[in-house]
Design a protein around this ligand. Structure first.
Ligand SMILES: [Zn+2]
Ligand SMILES: [Zn+2]
Length: 342
């Protein structure tokens, strides 16, 4: 069967695979239908994971082999790429993302992923999709869960304003989930002017402004609540935290979400006098994933509008998408989703 692999640095190739993943024990197999391209897949494209790897950890598909679980062949499902142990202190307290076993045999991370035709997933992390839910939406529940995880760490109370720094997919899903959790104004900042324009088309974004706008500083000042933002979520990985800290109110929480720049600098004085909390968000918990699924299921139009392209599953198309997203510098896409033929 045909699959795609990274055969050299920053290059995808169509390849033949004889290895059909096997169900049984805790595993079921899924015939993949949609797989979204994630910013972290860029790491694999740059060699992390080695040559011959097939990425793809944001997916939906059909049950191929239910193994020991009660699913039926052909059933429409989505699944978290989890492989947590269920036994450790983290698993037992609902923080599966911290489990030492999480990254082992994890599809699209340390096992063949959903850019290829089949994935093997844990049966206990599979969710059947309702008939009225378009299958491409199943592929974006994972990044929505990542954003929701970070937003939950904000400890948001209904009506409170949120500043989202960064308007890529994770920032956009942070804005969406914050609004669905009852946020007041959701203000976003970003770089690309076209992406900023795109974000301003969403009902869940009150205003998105680009740092490239000449009157950026004044605009941001006008949008900042009296005393500063109580909740800030950084989805871009800025290395200058002083800028974010200056926008924070006393007692505020700043959540760093996603893979960050290796170093960040900030004034400890400002942190001290404002008594700020800075927290990082890794991955998501199973509870976050289930909640993200419900949010996407119940707000389909809102999330469908974040999928900007659907592309075929051949190496050439995927390569072109990666160049556009990660190497062109002029990316105006949000989520690009790979479609496998039925
Ligand atoms: Zn991802
Ligand atoms: Zn565990």
């Amino acid at each position: 069967m045909r699959t795609v692999v990274i055969d050299e640095l920053r290059h995808f190739k169509d390849a033949e695979s004889t290895e059909m993943p096997k169900a049984g024990g805790k595993w079921v197999t899924i015939k993949t239908k949609y797989c979204a391209i994630c910013g972290s897949d860029n790491m694999f494209w740059n060699g992390f994971g080695g040559m011959g790897f097939t990425p793809g950890h944001e997916f939906s598909g059909y049950i191929e082999d239910p193994g020991e679980y009660g699913f039926t062949k052909g059933q429409r499902v989505l699944a978290a790429e989890f492989n947590s142990c269920g036994e450790c202190e983290f698993c037992k307290s609902g923080r599966e993302q911290l489990c030492a076993q999480m990254m082992v045999d994890n599809p699209g991370v340390s096992a063949p992923g959903a850019y290829g035709p089949y994935v093997r997933v844990r049966g206990d992390y599979v969710i059947p999709m309702p008939d009225d839910m378009p299958m491409q939406l199943g592929a974006i529940v994972e990044p929505v869960a990542v954003s929701l995880h970070g937003v939950r760490y904000l400890g948001l109370k209904p009506g409170e304003d949120v500043l989202v720094s960064g308007n890529g997919p994770i920032g956009i899903y942070a804005a969406a989930t914050a609004k669905l959790l009852g946020a007041g104004k959701v203000i976003m900042t970003g770089r690309s002017l076209s992406r900023t324009e795109f974000c301003n088309t969403f009902d869940f974004v009150d205003e998105c402004i680009s740092v490239k706008e000449p009157d950026y500083e004044e605009k941001l000042k006008a949008l900042t609540p009296e005393g500063g933002f109580r909740h800030i979520i950084d989805c871009v990985g800025v290395d200058d935290y002083d800028g974010l800290i200056a926008l924070a109110s006393s007692g505020a929480t700043i959540v760093m979400l996603g893979m960050h720049s290796p170093r960040a600098s900030f004034s400890t004085q400002a942190l001290y006098f404002k008594e700020l909390s800075i927290k990082s968000g890794l991955y998501f918990s199973w509870a976050d994933y289930k909640k993200a699924f419900e949010m996407v299921r119940d707000n389909q139009g809102m999330f469908l509008s974040t999928i900007t392209s659907i592309i075929p599953d051949d190496a050439e198309s995927i390569q072109a998408a990666f160049v556009k997203l990660f190497a062109s510098g002029t990316n105006d896409e949000c989520k690009i989703v790979i479609e496998h033929e039925d």
